[in-house]
Design a protein around this ligand. Structure first.
Ligand code: SF4
Length: 113
């Protein structure tokens, strides 16, 4: 894992969109790196935007997005993904899209044509 070489300096939080917009360090890549280092499977991995900003500002050129994807993969295999992810996967299997079947009680207006 890339996180094994992370010293938790926090530089990556500076460019993280989630940290900057919500002003919460707990949404940033440093926490995800710390959790991945300890192999702690937390739902916070599913909030990451995978924007690729870490490798630009990390002094060690680590790509924490790779670890986030790996943790998501492991958690999904273990059935530990958040409920909304399970729902999206089921919708893809059953309906071929992430939102599921159109509700019959709704009057959908076409956006085009
Ligand atoms: S990923 Fe890089 S920038 Fe972020 S905390 Fe670890 S060493 Fe620092």
């Amino acid at each position: 894992m890339q996180s094994d070489n992370c010293n938790l300096c926090g530089n990556c939080n500076e460019l993280s969109t989630l940290c900057r917009v919500f002003k919460r360090e707990t949404l940033g890549p440093r926490l995800k790196a710390a959790l991945a280092k300890q192999d702690k499977k937390e739902k916070i991995f599913f909030t990451d935007l995978l924007e690729g900003s870490v490798k630009w500002c990390c002094p060690a050129k680590l790509d924490i997005d790779e670890d986030v994807l790996e943790m998501r993969s492991q958690m999904t295999a273990d059935g530990l993904q958040p409920g909304f992810c399970k729902e999206i996967l089921e919708n893809f299997k059953e309906h071929g899209n992430p939102v599921g079947a159109a509700r019959k009680d709704r009057n959908y207006k076409p956006y085009f044509g």
